[in-house]
Design a protein around this ligand. Structure first.
Ligand code: KG4
Ligand code: ZN
Length: 354
C-alpha cells in the first residue's frame, strides 16, 4: 500500500462511554502525551453509566484534557497533522461531544479529520510500534472483551474486519459486573471480583460452562450468571464468597479459551492472538488465553492495561493508520451509536486528505 506522509502529530479524542481521554501521537506512533479522566465517581452512585451524566462530564472535561496533552508535548494546534475522534459505536451524547470538538479543531486549524470507530481503535492497538517490534502483522485474531463488547474478530487488514463470533446475550465484562453485584461487590465488578477470587478455591462451587465444546466461537454468559445467583443463598462467610468468585472466574477463563481455540481454527495464517477490552486486564483470563495461543504456536499480544481499557492513544493510532492510507472523513460525518466493525469494509475513501 502506498503510504501518505503525515505532516505532524495526531490528536486523538475519546468520549464514547465513561472515560474522557485525549492523546497526542507522533506520525510514527510514538506516544507524546496521554490523559484519561474516568467518570467512575459520577456513575458509582447509580451502579452503572448514566448516559446524560456521561455526556455532560465529557463536555466539561474534554477541552481541558486536549489542551493538557498539547501543552505537555509542546505542540500547538497549527502543528498538528490531523484530529481523530471516536465517532461510534457508543453513547450518542458523548460521541457528539467528542466528534464535534474534533471537527471544531479541524475547521479552526485546517486539519484533516478522522471519524474513528472505537472498535477499530481496540483492534489496531496491537500494531502500535513499541508494543511489539514493528507491530503485529495482518491477519490476526482479536478477542474484544469489554463491558459492552464480546467478539472474536479476524483483523485482515486496515478497514478489513470479519466478525467470527460474538455473545448471544451478555458481554463478558457485563457478566463479571452482574455476578460481582450479586456477590455484594462494588461496581464495576470485574477488578473487585478478581481480587476476591485470589483467595478462593475454584473447585468448591460447580458452575455450568456455557458453550464449552460447541462449534464456532459465539459466547453466552446469562446461564452462568443465573447459576451464580442460585449459589448466593449458600454463601455463609467471606471464604464462601471468595470460592464462588474463583469458580466464576475459572469458568469464564475456560470458556474464553475454548472459544479462542475455535476462532483460531477459523483464521488459518493468523500471526497472533490479540486481546483488548477491560476484561483483558484479568490475569486468570490472560493466562488461559496465553496457553491457548501458545498451543497454536502463536504469541498472545496483550497491550498494557491502560491501552486495553478505553483510551485515546488507540483512537489517535487508528487515525494515523487511516491517514497514512490517504483516508480522511468529511466534516459532516454523523456519529453512529451502532457501528459494527464489519461495516468498515469500505472505508470513507481517499480524496479529502489535506
Ligand atoms: O473496555 P472497558 O474499560 O470499557 C468498555 O466496556 O468499553 O471494560 C470495562 C469492563 C467492565 O465490565 C469491568 O468490570 C471489566 O471490564 N474489567 C474486568 C477487570 N477489569 C475491568 N473484568 C475482569 N477482571 C478485571 N481485572
Ligand atoms: Zn472500549
Amino acid at each position: 500500500m502506498h503510504l501518505v506522509a503525515i505532516r505532524g502529530p495526531v490528536l486523538g479524542l475519546e468520549a464514547s462511554c465513561d472515560e474522557t481521554a485525549a492523546a497526542l501521537l507522533a506520525p510514527d506512533g510514538t506516544i507524546l502525551a496521554e490523559a484519561v479522566r474516568s467518570q467512575l465517581a459520577e456513575h458509582t452512585p447509580f451502579g452503572g453509566v448514566v448516559p446524560e451524566i456521561a455526556a455532560r462530564a465529557h463536555l466539561a472535561h474534554l477541552p481541558a484534557l486536549a489542551a493538557q496533552v498539547m501543552r505537555e508535548a509542546g505542540v500547538s494546534p497549527a502543528d498538528l497533522g490531523g484530529v481523530a475522534a471516536t465517532a461510534g459505536p457508543g453513547l450518542i451524547g458523548g460521541l457528539i461531544v467528542g466528534a464535534s470538538f474534533g471537527k471544531g479543531m479541524a475547521i479552526a486549524h485546517n486539519l484533516p479529520f478522522l471519524a474513528v470507530n472505537h472498535l477499530e481503535g481496540h483492534a489496531l492497538t496491537a500494531r502500535l510500534p513499541g508494543l511489539v517490534e514493528d507491530g503485529v502483522a495482518f491477519p490476526y485474531l482479536l478477542l474484544l472483551l469489554s463491558g459492552g463488547h464480546c467478539q472474536c474478530v479476524a483483523v485482515e487488514g486496515l478497514g478489513q474486519y470479519r466478525r467470527l463470533g460474538s455473545t448471544l446475550d451478555d458481554a463478558v465484562g457485563e457478566a463479571f459486573d452482574k455476578s460481582a453485584k450479586l456477590m455484594g461487590l462494588p461496581w464495576p465488578g470485574g477488578p473487585a471480583l478478581e481480587k476476591l477470587a485470589a483467595s478462593g478455591d475454584p473447585k468448591r462451587f460447580p458452575l455450568p460452562r456455557p458453550m464449552l465444546g460447541r462449534p464456532g466461537c459465539d459466547f453466552s454468559f446469562s446461564g452462568l450468571k443465573t447459576a451464580v445467583a442460585q449459589s448466593i443463598p449458600k454463601l455463609e462467610n467471606e471464604q464462601d464468597r471468595a470460592d464462588l468468585a474463583a469458580a466464576f472466574q475459572r469458568v469464564v477463563a475456560a470458556v474464553l479459551a475454548d472459544r479462542a481455540r475455535n476462532a483460531l481454527a477459523m483464521l488459518p495464517g493468523a500471526t497472533a492472538m490479540v486481546v483488548a477490552g477491560g476484561v483483558a486486564a484479568n490475569q486468570g483470563v490472560r493466562a488461559a488465553l496465553r496457553a491457548e495461543a501458545e498451543a497454536a504456536g502463536l504469541p498472545l499480544i496483550a497491550p498494557p492495561i491502560r491501552l486495553c481499557t478505553d483510551n485515546a492513544v488507540m483512537i489517535a493510532w487508528a487515525g494515523i493508520e487511516r491517514l497514512r492510507a490517504g483516508w480522511t472523513d468529511p466534516l459532516d460525518h454523523a456519529p453512529r451509536p451502532r457501528w459494527p466493525l464489519a461495516e468498515l469494509a469500505e472505508p470513507a475513501g481517499p480524496g479529502v486528505a489535506a
